[in-house]
Design a protein around this ligand. Structure first.
Ligand code: PLP
Length: 382
């Protein structure tokens, strides 16, 4: 088995060797002064990436745990929760809230579309909701939801705003404090370009107060913000053992994000996404969402007639060494997903487009070979 694969799925993404090497550093005592310093510095860097002065809580676990921890601190059984869902991960937010005993309404948006703010406003006016939850970029559709506008609405309606930024944080602008995101969570393995295994949840002062004043204990013992606060203030204290080596990787990953510069990183993502979409369109592929709602972290394209999902992805991998993802839910086998986030560069984009052209051509699709690459190069060299 070759280890030389280009991972172009929407997470995990390609991890820089510097971050990988950090995992091999000797495992320090989790309560040691040296580790506490690394932990504290990581919190500072995460605060900069999240653009928040609130609390950021890194935990061993994946994005799904992040969603549970986010909800479980601020949700009590019987609470009214509105979940805006236009995809697989929106649906999952609703399932998690139901699991915690909340009374959940789902505002469903067709896959590939973003919610209309007027519609959300109407829904928020219909019931006294405690929480409104949404996904920034739903990885099943590549739609970037209007997080800023949703935050403004939540603020105006005095509803807590919980946002899943698993597929955007570190690759697209997320302004937790400015946009009024009371609870925000992400995962390590996407645009932050760290291996899978960590989630980070932020709580602003309003959310912290809600946790503080709740009547029932949160369903999650491990994810209880109140138990972690003393550790965030002084990581030499113990509550549960942090994943020491994964914290090295998160530390290194955050350093790399900030060394590039957030704005530079976002514009690199924007450039890669535009080039990739231009390339796919130039060979006649239809994309799931329009550019005005398209995220910069991944793209979803429909297969042309006659091209089979399993064969296409096998050709991408066996023939070109590139991994792309299939679709979920109603789009299963109808479309494929390509992640272009984290450390993605021009070569990755061009190699992936080349492999897509090759695989589609071998799958019997007729188009002008090279047109996708030419269109992408035109964008990348502008
Ligand atoms: N939310 C979004 C938008 C995701 O893309 C994912 C995973 O792909 C998750 C949540 C769940 O994260 P994890 O798979 O790390 O548990």
């Amino acid at each position: 088995m070759t280890e030389r694969e280009l991972v172009m799925i929407p997470g995990p993404t390609n991890v820089d060797p510097k971050v990988l090497r950090s995992l091999a550093r000797p495992t320090l005592a989790h309560t040691s002064g040296t580790f506490a310093t690394i932990f504290k510095e990581t919190l500072v860097d995460l605060g900069k990436i999240f653009k928040t002065g609130g609390v950021v809580l890194p935990l061993a676990g994946t994005g799904t745990l992040g969603a549970e921890v986010a909800f479980s601190n601020i949700t009590e059984p019987g609470d009214n929760v509105l979940v805006i869902s236009g995809g697989y991960f929106g649906d999952r937010l609703a399932e998690i809230a139901v699991n915690l005993g909340a009374r959940v309404d789902k505002l469903e948006v067709p896959w590939g579309s973003a919610p209309s703010i007027a519609e959300v406003e109407k829904k928020l006016s219909s019931t006294k909701y405690k929480i409104m939850a949404a996904v920034h970029v739903d990885t099943s559709t590549a739609v970037a939801n209007p997080a800023k506008e949703l935050g403004a609405l939540a603020r105006a309606k005095d509803v807590l705003f919980l946002l899943d930024t698993v597929c955007s944080m570190g690759g697209m602008d997320v302004r937790v404090d400015e946009w009024g995101i009371n609870v925000c969570f992400t995962g390590s393995q996407k645009a932050l370009a760290v291996p899978p295994g960590m989630t980070v949840v932020s709580f602003d002062s309003k959310a912290q107060k809600v946790r503080e004043q709740r009547k029932t204990a949160p369903a999650s013992y491990y994810g209880d913000l109140k138990r972690w606060l003393p550790i965030l203030n002084d990581p030499t204290k113990y509550f549960a053992t942090p994943p020491v080596n994964m914290m090295y990787a998160l530390y290194e990953g955050c350093r790399m994000v900030l060394a590039e510069g957030l704005e530079e990183r976002f514009s690199r993502h924007e450039r890669m996404a535009s080039a990739f979409r231009a390339g796919l369109r130039a060979i006649g592929l239809r994309l799931l969402c329009n550019d005005n709602v398209a995220s910069n972290t991944l793209t979803v394209a429909y297969y042309p007639d006659g091209v089979r999902d399993a064969e296409f992805r096998k050709s991408m991998l066996d023939g070109f060494g590139i991994v792309v993802a299939g679709e979920l839910g109603p789009l299963r086998e109808k479309a494929f997903r390509v992640g272009h986030m984290g450390n993605v560069n021009r070569s990755d984009i061009l190699a992936t487009l080349g492999a897509i052209e090759g695989s589609l051509s071998m799958g019997g699709y007729k188009f002008q070979l090279g047109a996708g690459i030419a269109a992408a190069i035109a964008v990348l060299t502008r």
